[in-house]
Design a protein around this ligand. Structure first.
Ligand code: S2G
Ligand code: ZN
Length: 463
């Protein structure tokens, strides 16, 4: 627990509105969407400014307490969990859009701005912020940057990393860095902003960001196709990518669709049963595009890589088709899933899917396996549902035993044991499956450089 003198000093920095120690706040701000860790922070600090963030980190270095940076807490690897008496530093009171420049097409905002608010602001300027995922209504841009959030449009627009033109960060030493200042080109040495993007709050706390906004895509049109087997998914990707600049290429299994249709009361996209589905999105900005999509669909039927399909005829229908994919995570969360978030190079997806599906079928025969994800990026979400009759602890123990084989298989293809959800606490002990000893040693050296007193997010990412 924090000693009373430190609480007084914290209160002096953030004031009445910025310090909470009530049980509800400790419980709420001490956990994220990973849910499997018990929160136990000692206090919640809610700074209003970069200066206050700096003062808190400097106090932590002097007084010896630890900090867990906190955004929307939508993470799935325990990256925002405070389970060891840390002080949670929530950026939620730093939620202002500070500047927009139409010529630069750039927006500068505080770290606590909600992702959906940025998407909305961009749309109001007839522009587009292209990073999107199911949690965008709750996540904060600072957390998106700290975890290099991906989502459903990466195939066309890249990850959060590609959108960041500038960052304001307070390092673990309490030093304020203002990085890149929104420049498109800046060849003056190491690009330090990229060290903090994806560092999960272990090197510094992001307090401000400058983001690039882009031309809004025209008439996004969605196709949902039923395919006869995993392997067909990648053939469909190749065939449609040949003539369409896809903005999304997702997949989900029949089991995933079953739960979304059943639990969310949605309609199936079409009657034909299929073991797997592909959801594609493209800019339907000319008759040629639509014709190319229809031709690819016809070819797919003729080549038996497509069983059936539907193409949206309106934005309303496009949104309805997206819900079949975007609601999977929320829908199955009630079945206590054991989650994995894996990636391999796109060229290896078919081989990987076959191998890991066979492994899973053998070892998880008693369990229900749910597949979905951003297969166009080589990113697969593997979820195993807990049988209602099985104790959670037994179930997770059994799944963890298989995990090492899934990770070894991923490693054999030089894949990632965490494609987009980060390392946090959940994958920390498996880092060596995806990073070399030399890389991990350099990461430790960077941690020692930026946070020599191990003040920030201790135990996350690196053990
Ligand atoms: C997705 C969301 C989190 C999950 O739906 O693409 O990244 O449940 C996921 O895996
Ligand atoms: Zn995902």
């Amino acid at each position: 627990m924090l000693n009373p003198e430190v609480l007084v000093q914290l209160h002096h920095i953030v004031g009445d509105q910025g310090l909470r120690t009530d049980v509800l706040s400790l419980q709420t701000y001490g956990r994220d969407w990973t849910k499997i860790y018990e929160p136990a922070p000692s206090a919640i600090a809610l700074p209003k400014s970069t200066e206050q963030v700096q003062a808190i980190i400097q106090l932590a270095n002097q007084a010896g307490f630890k900090i867990v940076p906190s955004g929307g807490r939508t993470g799935l690897s325990g990256g925002a969990v405070a389970a060891q008496g840390e002080v949670v530093v929530s950026l939620e009171r730093m939620r202002h859009i500070l500047d927009f420049n139409v010529q630069d097409r750039s927006l500068t905002c505080e770290a606590g701005v909600i992702t959906a608010q940025i998407q909305q602001f961009a749309a109001e300027q007839n522009l587009f912020y292209p990073v999107d995922f199911a949690a965008a209504g709750s996540s904060q841009i600072g957390g998106n940057i700290a975890t290099n959030a991906g989502g459903i449009k990466v195939i066309r627009y890249g990850l959060t990393r590609q959108q960041v033109l500038g960052l304001e960060v307070v390092t673990g030493q309490g030093e304020l860095l203002k990085l890149n200042h929104g420049l498109v080109k800046n060849a003056t040495g190491y690009d330090l902003r990229h060290l903090f993007i994806g560092s999960e709050g272990t090197l510094g706390i992001i307090t401000q960001a400058s983001l690039q906004l882009i031309r809004a895509p025209d008439n996004l049109t969605v196709l949902v196709l039923g395919v006869p087997a995993f392997a067909a998914l990648m053939q469909v990707l190749l065939r449609f990518q040949a003539n369409l600049d896809l903005t999304a290429f997702e997949f989900f299994s029949a089991e995933a669709l079953h739960y979304v249709v059943q639990d969310q009361g949605l309609a199936k996209p079409f009657a034909t049963p299929a073991p797997y589905y592909a959801l594609l999105e493209f800019e339907n900005d000319s008759a040629g595009r639509e014709q190319a999509a229809l031709q690819a669909f016809q070819d797919g039927l003729a080549q038996n890589i497509v069983l059936d399909g539907v193409m949206s005829q309106s934005q309303t229908q496009a949104k309805a088709l997206w819900r079949l994919r975007e609601l999977i995570s929320e829908t199955i969360s009630v079945y206590t899933p054991y989650k994995n978030d894996l990636s391999v190079r796109v060229s290896q997806v078919a081989e990987f899917l076959q191998a890991v599906d066979q492994l899973v079928a053998e070892r998880y025969a008693a369990f229900e396996v749910i597949w979905y994800g951003h297969i166009g990026d080589g990113n697969l979400h593997l979820n195993i549902l807990k049988p209602a009759t099985m104790e959670k602890a037994d179930f997770f123990e059994h799944c963890a035993a298989v995990n090492e084989q899934v990770f070894a298989l991923t490693q054999s293809l030089k894949g990632s044991i965490s494609a987009e959800h980060g390392v946090g606490l959940l994958k920390r002990d498996y880092l060596a499956y995806s990073r070399s000893p030399e890389e991990i040693a350099y990461m430790r050296a960077m941690k020692a450089l930026f946070d020599p007193n191990q003040v920030l997010n201790p135990g996350k990412l690196l053990s």
